[in-house]
Design a protein around this ligand. Sequence first.
Ligand SMILES: NC(=O)c1ccc[n+]([C@@H]2O[C@H](COP(=O)([O-])OP(=O)(O)OC[C@H]3O[C@@H](n4cnc5c(N)ncnc54)[C@H](O)[C@@H]3O)[C@@H](O)[C@H]2O)c1
Length: 357
Amino acid sequence: MKHYSIASVPGDGIGPEVIGAGVAVLQALAQHSNRFSLDVTGFDYGSDHYRKYGVMMPADALDRLRGFDAIYFGAVGAPDIPDHITLWGLRLAICQGFDQYANVRPTRILQGLRSPLRDCSTADLDWVIVRENSEGEYAGQGGRSHRGHPEEVATEVSIFTRAGVARIMRFAFQLARSRPRKHITVVTKSNAQRHGMVLWDEIASSTAAEYPDVTWDKMLVDAMTVRMVHDPASLDVIVATNLHADILSDLAAALAGSIGIAPTANLNPERTYPSMFEPIHGSAFDITGKGIANPVGAFWTAAQMLEHLGEMDAAARLMNAVEQVTANGPRTRDLGGDATTVQVTNAVIAAIEAGHT
Ligand SMILES: NC(=O)c1ccc[n+]([C@@H]2O[C@H](COP(=O)([O-])OP(=O)(O)OC[C@H]3O[C@@H](n4cnc5c(N)ncnc54)[C@H](O)[C@@H]3O)[C@@H](O)[C@H]2O)c1
């Protein structure tokens, strides 16, 4: 019997609501497993912590999180604190501190859900977006001078290193190789950005030469949005920079039915540090506290966490249970239903327990 220690950082807004639901589902899976058990330790890092102590998490937070097998994260962001403080103080601090450089975002149309793309079937939309998660446009380089004066200047410098690009390309091609279609689309903007994005393209091309069994093509990011809408079946694995993938994966989630279902894994593939798993949505101020947040993104990312831990059966059982519920209801409002977070959670737990899965 294996035992896993999970750190949960529910964070802000609907984060605690969906992570609470996810922990309940994980505990139900563990109870019905003779392979593993888990304990979950909660950390109250986030905007309330900032209001009390002036920091999103304490200075030794990474040391406290380091020993866990994985981190289960909710969302960060509050209406009264600037987003760059909350994001950089918590989520990016963990991702960068633990070198979680590969951000993996699967998108598919779960059983019973309807894509806003008319006639797009479950088989037509099955993507994994790989987001470079350690540098690029979110490297934090830049500064401001002459603050508040007419001549004020601010720079936000994108950083592309050969080592950083090469490792994400290899990771993405490797992932493409493991999937039935073995196809990858490299997203770029090298027509307008002629330094970092050209290096990106060159490394994509040399990596492709190492994977002759993987077919690949290249798309400018603007044209990519059109292809995702008009020709979803032509895509499989997609690799893109930190900013491009951030934007494209929200589009992907919406095309698959709702942002409330989309998961993401922030991986440190070498396993030197714990990896972090979260739904892709944010704090969702407009529905916080109403009990109607869709917990499916938190469940799907829990399945990614189980896969990362090597618990493939439990991950498959969880996704089967989730898809029974997306197919037959109950569903939350963002998916056209009127169920609460708790009702969907209970239905998924019931599906796990009934062994329908
Ligand atoms: N990873 C993160 O922690 C993360 C990601 C995105 C945004 N944010 C932060 O969250 C805050 C709000 O950002 P936003 O409004 O741009 O994005 P958001 O994802 O919080 O919300 C966008 C819309 O999607 C809906 N939505 C999101 N998750 C849902 C769910 N589980 N069920 C049903 N509906 C859901 C919301 O109600 C809202 O209408 C900001 O402070 C932002 O910085 C954090």
